[in-house]
Structures are given as structure tokens and as C-alpha cells.
Ligand binder design. Structure first.
Ligand code: BGC
Length: 522
């Protein structure tokens, strides 16, 4: 065997091979799956605040909204009907991700992406052409199914295709596409709202077909990952694919490790029952905790409600839409920071730094609002004062954009062993969707009751999640995905859950002594 793997500084192996143009392009195409999710996050809030849309589909909501004369800045009119309509997508995505996990495992990652894109495309057409609420809701459910399939398969695909030492960077292109989708949607809403004839909402909803067409067509050209090919019995194809994506013939060691992982995987009939086993407790905990915490940063309060929030704190109609666009830009640019540093700095440093930054900003924003509106919610905010609020919201978004945003998708996709990876990712997606739904649903009444304290509420959660990461998340940078079990085995807390015989890494790189891989640390 020529060459082979060497043990890297972090304890994982370092396989030979480089970042080929082929793997780079495949990852960019696959990452466009994030566009559909981002587009929807960005478009819904704007459309449901357009008068012609409300008049046509939700006339009672429209009437009540116009009758609302409350001057309390915290307690504006709130329609549960409208929020339920918006968040029906998240419930559909939640359920779809479980079906996606079976498709992803049995037929390959690529067909999940294709299916997701196609269903989303049909949903976009239905929504753009909607004549009644039933068409609108049915369309939304289809969009949700599309998002469920794409979010389940794309992060896993990217993590498997990427060479270990660039996995963070390539996986994060998914989050980059999410943020680009949000920004485009914000810009489109800004323009379509100005269409006097009143069909702007149709344009906004129908244009979702563009990102859907990109991922649907793009996925047809994507090869499947070597991990999935081996797992489905296409060993020869997997070997060739590995040579192609690594740009070298010296892939035997990595190939052997994939085969070992696949043999382990074949022993398991029911990923759903297995995932509950004690040895998978660390990964299962992360697949639940990370998406839960990601939503408890409060980011979607800013994403969904930025225009409402800015209007509330004294911005005019137009300037609040503009502020949403500025936030969208900050989100895109700061995701790039993470892309270029995650494989050098590691996941933990970004999580800890980003968390601290978000906490400080949330406390400042809460306090600034408290000074102006107090607990009564009555008052006015001068322009310069409001500008300060926006600046701190932007710094908060920057912190999210280089930590919990991209890492919330990267880490769960890289920690599961092959046999339960698809199931684990479905849990990640569904927990994410469940809490996106819950926060969207609860936000307006929480703001009305907690007032400026809402920002302290999320700040409190950021403290908890930062401590959680500090103690319980091991560093995963540069560790090959099929060797990840070693990282858990070495961890001061999670190590106890994994028996020596649970470590099936091939080759000589990892030696077990005294029940721990050599070189074990905290
Ligand atoms: C989250 C979304 C959020 C988006 C904002 C994603 O990682 O899952 O809920 O709206 O980031 O950039």
C-alpha cells in the first residue's frame, strides 16, 4: 500500500489527497439546497404583511389589523391564524425529514436532494398561482417537504464528500446558501411590495421556483458519496469516486476505513432502535441539543420579525425593510468569516466566541429598549438611539453567523457513525424545525408579556448553551468522519459511554490502552 494515513495533531488521521476542482464544484452545487430554505425564511414574513395578500386570503386578519389602535409598543396585533399558516412549513419539514432519512440511506444522498427540490418546485408554482387558502396551504406543505428532504441530505452529503481537513469549510457553504437565500428574498420583497397592482406577493412566492430549479437540476449532475456507494454495495464505483474526489490514487487507507464503517453499518437493521443504544448517547445528545440551542439563540425572532421589530422600535415602514436588508448582508458576510476559519480555529473556539458576543449584544439591546419603553411599552425612540439598537443587533447577527448558524448544521452532520447517520440527521432537522415553529408561534405573545426581557430571556439561553459547549462538545476539526468515535471515546465525560469493543477503526493509527485511545486527553 502506498502512502497511507498519518495521525494528525488532533488525533484523527490525515489521508492523502487535495481539494480537487471536482469536489469543490460538487459541493457548491449540493450546497444550493440551502437556497430554498433561506428563501422561504426570508420571503414569508414580508408576504404575510402585504395588504393585497391579506385582503385576498385572510380578510378577517386584515380587518383586525387595521382596527388595532394599541399604542403599547410591545403588544401589537397578533394573529395566531397567520403565524400558524407561516409555520405550517416547519411542521411539514419536521415530518418529511424522517422519510428523507430512509431515502437518503437506501437510495443515496443525491435522490433526496432531487426529490426535495422537485417537491419544492411544485409547491412554489402552487403558491404563486394560488386562488384560495387551500392552494396556499397545500403549496406550503409541499415547500416544507422539500426543505425537510434538502436539509436532511445536503449537510450529510457535504460532510462525506469533503476531505477531513476542509470539511468545515465545504459544509458551511450550505449555511452560506441559506443566508444568500434570505438576503435575495428580503430584496425581492422590498421590490415586489412596491407593485401597485397588488400582485407583488405572487411574484415573491413564485420566484421560489428559481432556487428550487437550481437544486433540482443541479442534483442530477451530482455523483453520490463514496460512503453511500459502499454502503449500498457499489464498491468499485466508490473506489473510483474516491480517487476522483481526492485527486490521487493513494486512497487505500481511506477506502479501507470506509469499508470498515460500512461493515459496521450492515450489522444494523434498524437505525431508529439502534440510535437509542448507550454507545450513541453522546451523538444523540448533540443531535437534539445543538438544533434546540441554535433556535434558542433567538435568531429567528430577528429573521422573521426584523421589519416588525424595527417598526416597533420607531423605524418607518421603508427604513425597517431596509434594516432587514442590512442584517441580511451582515449575515452573509460574517458566514464567510466562519468558512475561512473553521478548519483552522476549530468548532469550539467559534462557538465560544460567537456565544459571548451574542450574549453581550442581547443584554445591551434589551437594556436600550428598556430605557426607552420601560415596562409600559409607551414611548418614542429618537433616530440616533434606534440606530444604536440596529448596530448591536448587527453585531449579534455577526456572532450568530460565524458560530451557531453554520455550526448548527456542520457539527450534527459530522459526528454520527455511518450506520445511524441518516437517522441522526433527521433528528437534527426535526428538532430544528420544531423549535423554529415554536418560537415563531410564541414570539409576539412573549414580547407582549416579557417586554424588553425577551432579549434577556434569549441571553440566558446563550449562557447555558455556551457552558454546554465548553464542557461537553469535543473538538472535531480535521478528524475523518468515519473515525469520529475516537473523539468521543477520548472525552472526559462521553468516554464512559463507549466500550473498547465499540471502537472499530481500521489501521494502526489509533491504539487503545487502558480503555482509551493513546494520547487521550480532555
Ligand atoms: C437556522 C435558521 C436561521 C438561519 C439564519 C440557520 O442556520 O437554522 O433557523 O433562520 O440560520 O441565518
Amino acid at each position: 500500500m502506498a502512502g497511507g494515513a498519518v495521525v494528525s495533531a488532533t488525533g484523527g488521521k490525515d489521508y492523502p489527497g487535495k481539494l480537487t476542482m471536482f469536489v469543490f464544484l460538487t459541493c457548491i452545487v449540493a450546497a444550493t439546497g440551502g437556497l430554498i430554505f433561506g428563501y422561504d425564511i426570508g420571503i414569508s414574513g414580508g408576504v404575510t404583511s402585504m395588504d393585497p395578500f391579506l385582503k385576498k386570503f385572510f380578510p378577517s386578519v386584515y380587518r383586525k389589523e387595521k382596527e388595532d389602535t394599541s399604542t403599547n409598543q410591545y403588544c401589537k396585533f397578533d394573529s395566531q391564524l397567520l403565524t400558524t399558516f407561516t409555520s405550517s412549513l416547519y411542521l411539514a419539514a419536521l415530518i418529511a425529514s424522517f422519510f428523507a432519512s430512509t431515502v437518503t440511506r437506501l437510495f443515496g444522498r443525491k435522490w433526496s436532494m432531487f426529490g426535495g427540490g422537485l417537491v419544492f418546485l411544485v409547491g412554489a408554482a402552487l403558491n404563486g398561482a394560488a386562488e384560495n387558502v387551500a392552494m396556499l396551504i397545500f403549496g406550503r406543505i409541499l415547500l416544507g417537504i422539500g426543505v425537510g428532504f434538502a436539509n436532511q441530505s445536503v449537510p450529510v452529503y457535504l460532510s462525506e464528500m469533503a476531505p477531513a481537513r476542509l470539511r468545515g469549510m465545504l459544509n458551511m457553504c450550505f449555511q452560506l446558501m441559506i443566508t444568500i437565500g434570505i438576503l435575495c428574498a428580503n430584496l425581492i420583497n422590498y421590490g415586489s411590495d412596491k407593485i401597485k397592482a397588488g400582485w407583488g406577493w405572487r411574484l415573491s412566492l413564485a420566484l421560489a421556483a428559481v432556487p428550487a430549479a437550481i437544486i433540482t437540476l443541479g442534483s442530477l449532475f451530482l455523483p453520490d458519496t463514496p460512503n453511500s456507494l459502499i454502503d449500498r454495495g457499489y464498491d468499485e464505483a466508490a473506489l473510483q469516486m474516491l480517487r476522483r474526489i481526492r485527486g490521487t490514487d493513494d486512497i487505500n487507507e481511506e477506502y479501507n476505513d470506509l469499508v470498515v464503517a460500512s461493515e459496521e453499518s450492515k450489522k444494523i437493521q434498524h437505525p431508529w432502535a439502534n440510535i437509542l443504544k448507550r454507545k450513541y448517547r453522546p451523538q444523540l445528545t448533540m443531535a437534539i441539543a445543538i438544533p434546540f440551542f441554535q433556535q434558542l439563540t433567538g435568531i429567528n425572532v430577528i429573521e422573521f420579525y426584523a421589519p416588525v421589530l424595527f417598526k416597533t422600535i420607531g423605524f418607518g415602514n421603508n427604513s425597517s425593510l431596509l434594516s432587514a436588508v442590512i442584517i441580511g448582508l451582515v449575515n452573509v458576510l460574517c458566514t464567510l468569516v466562519s468558512i475561512f476559519t473553521v478548519d483552522k480555529l476549530g468548532r469550539r473556539k467559534l462557538f465560544l466566541q460567537g456565544g459571548t458576543q451574542m450574549f453581550i449584544c442581547q443584554v445591551i439591546v434589551g437594556t436600550l429598549i428598556a430605557f426607552k419603553f420601560g415596562t409600559s411599552g409607551e414611548g418614542d425612540m429618537p433616530k440616533t438611539y434606534a440606530a444604536f439598537v440596529v448596530v448591536f443587533i448587527c453585531i449579534y447577527v455577526a456572532g450568530f453567523a460565524w458560530s451557531w448558524g453554520p455550526l448548527g448544521w456542520l457539527v450534527p452532520s459530522e459526528i454520527f457513525p455511518l450506520e445511524i447517520r441518516s437517522a441522526g440527521q433527521a433528528i437534527n432537522v426535526s428538532v430544528n424545525m420544531l423549535f423554529t415553529f415554536a418560537i415563531a408561534q410564541a414570539f409576539l405573545s412573549m414580547l407582549c408579556h416579557l417586554k424588553f426581557g425577551l432579549f434577556y430571556f434569549f441571553a440566558g439561553w446563550v449562557v447555558i448553551m455556551t457552558i454546554f459547549i465548553a464542557f461537553l462538545l469535543p473538538e472535531t476539526k480535521n478528524v475523518p468522519i468515519e473515525e469520529m468515535v475516537v473523539v468521543w471515546k477520548r472525552h472526559w465525560f462521553w468516554g464512559k459511554f463507549i466500550a473498547d469493543e465499540d471502537i472499530h477503526v481500521s489501521g494502526k493509527a489509533v491504539e487503545i490502552s487502558n480503555g482509551k485511545p493513546k494520547g487521550a486527553g480532555v
